[in-house]
Design a protein around this ligand. Structure first.
Ligand code: HEC
Length: 170
């Protein structure tokens, strides 16, 4: 089914064509394999999200890793994940790299206000981050991640391939 130029769904007939030969797919038992010299599957972080030539991918990967590890220590991902342990009506997720990238400015805003974890939360965590050194470190890591994210996305925007309409004369 195509709606506004987008494929929105597909149906499969329950009438099977029994004349078509069956292909027996066997599993080779390999959980890991190598593709073009790369061990698969691998943790891609921002590899697939950004263009191949993006010069900021490594910086974004590293700053994300540093921030997510520290946020984990502060239980941020316990609530900001689809299982919604914080029982929130509205919530941004930070568990996937793309989600954290989208939330990079909000994370800094919240850390500056020191309103996370929120008061009276369902996990009975103390409200805010009480240790100022810990909060400063989190803010620093969040800023480094934000800077890398801004640079990487700006590069993507600046280097977008312009779509060329075919020349009607040709
Ligand atoms: C106990 C659960 C819990 C923990 C832990 C927690 N949050 Fe939240 N967070 C919430 C809830 C619930 C909201 C929704 C706003 C509100 O109602 O206060 C929220 C809101 C936010 C927002 C604004 C965007 C949104 O989702 O609405 C950001 C950014 C945020 N939190 C960052 C963090 C960071 C960073 C940490 C770790 C330091 C953290 N949170 C820890 C529950 C939590």
């Amino acid at each position: 089914m195509i709606q506004d130029g987008q494929v929105v769904g597909a149906l499969r007939s329950s009438d099977q064509d029994t004349t078509r030969p069956k292909v027996a797919h066997g599993w080779d038992g390999l959980w890991q394999w190598e593709q073009n010299g790369v061990q698969m599957p691998y943790v891609s972080i921002y590899d697939y999200l950004l263009s191949r030539g993006n010069p900021y991918t490594a910086q974004l990967d590293d700053t994300y890793r540093a921030l997510e590890a520290r946020m984990r220590q502060n239980n941020c991902q316990a609530c900001h994940a689809p299982d919604n342990q914080g029982n929130s009506a509205q919530l941004e997720f930070f568990v996937y790299p793309n989600q954290a990238l989208a939330g990079r400015h909000d994370i800094i805003t919240q850390l500056n206000k020191n309103q996370m974890p929120p008061k009276n939360n369902t996990l009975n965590l103390p409200a805010g981050i009480s240790d100022p050194t810990e909060r400063d470190l989190l803010i620093k890591l969040a800023r480094e991640f934000e800077t890398a994210g801004d640079k990487a996305l700006t590069w993507e925007g600046d280097n977008k391939t312009q779509f060329q309409y075919p020349d009607p004369q040709m």
